[in-house]
Design a protein around this ligand. Structure first.
Ligand code: APR
Length: 229
């Protein structure tokens, strides 16, 4: 088993009850991205943005890892240095399933960031505009998540992983948001085989060598068991 690079999206956590963004009832069908997931929206109405992420943080606390998170954590324990886990998700369900060194390219709900001095700390259960940064004292605290129009985190680490991937696997992502949606082409251009695990065909299905359809809680453990043989 060579180096496996895994990219996960909201579909990985859908069966844990966290919902997705673009499926029916998805978050973006109920909230305006511009208002709650852009720096401009935060500047206009930080209280609304804190409310949005406080609600997602509460959902996340109540959610439990599902068999797909557990299978990926088991795979990492089985082949530690040969598995790179990249997630677009801001939940901590992979870590709570036992995974480590998960690359959160869109940040994480459990993190807080000071927009003034860039200090980072563990987010309280609820954040508000009244919070002061524990380091500089300014009232400019925000969730440590990457909003539209901002640069995703850890791109250098991700690029190195894609360059050395023997197998690239995308799990539960619609392939609508770049740069993540372009990773399959990066990996494939540099010689990796590519596999998509999803409930339905995505915008990038044609770019994969193989696509398997089904709920992540079923098809991810099955795939992990297969490659551990
Ligand atoms: N099992 C597997 N896949 C599933 C399941 C499931 N139970 N339920 C839904 N899916 C798949 C859908 O078929 C879809 O392809 O999960 C994907 C969800 O797509 P999106 O809602 O677009 O989520 P994602 O691809 O992670 O979005 C990427 O967009 O809004 C930004 O920052 C946000 O990280 C997010 C990024």
């Amino acid at each position: 088993m060579g180096h496996i690079v895994i990219l996960t999206g909201a579909g990985l956590s859908a069966e844990s009850g966290l919902g997705t963004f673009r499926d029916k009832e998805g978050l973006w069908t109920r909230y305006d991205i511009d208002e709650v997931a852009t720096p401009q929206g935060f500047a206009r109405n930080p209280g609304l943005v804190h409310e949005f992420y406080n609600a997602r943080r509460a959902n996340c606390r109540q959610a439990q890892p599902n068999p797909a998170h557990i299978a990926l954590a088991d795979l990492q324990h089985f082949a530690a240095d040969r598995v790179t886990l990249i997630t677009q998700n801001v939940d901590d369900l992979l870590e709570r399933a036992g995974a480590s060194d998960v690359i959160h390219m869109h940040g994480h709900l459990t993190g807080a960031l000071c927009a003034a001095c860039e200090h980072r700390w563990t987010a309280p259960d609820t954040m508000s505009i009244a919070d002061a940064c524990p380091s500089c004292g300014q009232h400019s605290t925000r969730p440590d998540v990457v909003w539209f129009g901002e640069i995703p985190y850890h791109m250098d680490k991700i690029d190195t992983a894609l360059a050395t991937a023997d197998l690239f696997v995308a799990i539960g992502t619609s392939g609508n948001v770049y740069p993540a949606a372009g990773f399959v082409q990066d990996a494939s251009a540099r010689g990796a085989r590519t596999l998509e695990l999803n409930l339905a065909h995505s915008a990038i299905t044609p770019l994969f060598d193989e696509t398997r359809l089904g709920p992540a809680s079923k098809i991810v453990p099955k795939w992990v068991a297969e490659i551990q043989q």
